[in-house]
Design a protein around this ligand. Structure first.
Ligand code: FES
Length: 182
């Protein structure tokens, strides 16, 4: 039996089917980037990056009783698009006992991002880069300080009687307002 070859009368139907196939394939190709964007927005791993959360820093007894500041590294799980790095250092804070409880300050200078130090007599914070000076409450105490704002205070919670938890955040340097870095 010989196979029948479609004649010219089938040409419009073939053109129609080819057109439908082109529209379907083109539509699917256009959806791919939209779907991948939606997946990355909804991916719980990516959403966790926006909130660094609250980190357990130390026990109350470790913070000096005389009000002098002590530096602590903040350790947290760091999550990128595909990988979790457990217990990675993500920053550092100064903790001190203030008049109203424990205070926490990000160690990064709000002027240009250097690490603020503590003066040798422990009476103030001093930035080595451009000489910004802050009192132990983090307030600018020298009008020549180029920092546009006080040191960045962070929220502190005492849990279970003696655990010091800090909501660690970084803020953009060089601005008068505290704008979180997300
Ligand atoms: S970075 Fe601290 S004073 Fe400039």
């Amino acid at each position: 039996m010989s196979e029948q070859i479609p004649g010219p009368e089938h040409a419009p139907r073939r053109r129609f089917l080819a057109g439908v196939a082109a529209v379907v394939i083109g539509g699917l190709a256009g959806l791919a980037p939209l779907l991948s964007g939606a997946v990355s927005l909804l991916d719980p791993l990516r959403r966790r990056r926006a909130d660094p959360g609250v980190a357990l820093v130390t026990k109350l007894a470790v913070i000096p009783k005389d009000g002098s500041p002590k530096k602590f590294t903040i350790v947290a799980d760091q999550v990128d698009a595909w990988t979790t790095h457990a217990d990675a250092p993500v920053g550092a804070v100064y903790l001190r006992r203030g008049p109203d409880g424990v205070q926490a300050f990000n160690v990064v200078c709000p002027h240009a991002g250097c690490f603020v130090g503590v003066a040798p007599d422990k009476s103030r914070f001093a930035c080595p880069c451009h000489k910004s000076s802050f009192d132990l409450d983090g307030v600018i105490n020298d009008p020549r300080s180029p920092s546009p704002r006080n040191m960045d205070a962070l929220d502190v919670e005492i849990r279970n009687g003696d655990e010091v938890w800090v909501r660690f955040q970084s803020f953009h340097p060089g601005r008068a307002e505290k704008i979180p870095v997300l």
